[in-house]
Design a protein around this ligand. Structure first.
Ligand code: ZN
Length: 108
């Protein structure tokens, strides 16, 4: 988009003009899903270390969005989801391993 004040071309989701700091969008843009629920679920249910990393990233989403850093907020949301899904996958693998061991153990 172009700045209405100085005409400088800015990123489409830029909050402020890079040239003159004119506010280009309202401070409350579209809601970004911070994936915090997923991260907490992973932390509680399966994989604490990866879930915590997910929570840390999820917590940065709202702070960055409020500061006008939409790209940063979306990046944090993406990382929160990625770490949570890794935690979920790892948790399932570990759980599957336990089940397998239990089955093998009871068969012997
Ligand atoms: Zn401008």
């Amino acid at each position: 988009m172009f700045c209405r004040k100085c005409g400088t071309r800015n990123d489409d989701n830029a909050y402020k003009c890079t040239q003159c700091s004119e506010v280009l969008q309202e401070l409350t843009p579209r809601k970004i899903d911070n994936n915090l629920g997923l991260a907490i679920l992973v932390t509680v249910l399966c994989c604490l270390p990866l879930g915590v990393v997910g929570i840390v990233h999820a917590a940065q989403v709202n702070a960055k969005a409020q500061a006008g850093d939409i790209a940063g907020a979306e990046e944090s949301a993406r990382k929160a989801k990625m770490w949570s899904l890794w935690g979920l996958g790892l948790g399932l693998v570990v759980f599957g391993g336990y089940v397998l061991l239990a089955l093998v153990g009871s068969a012997l």
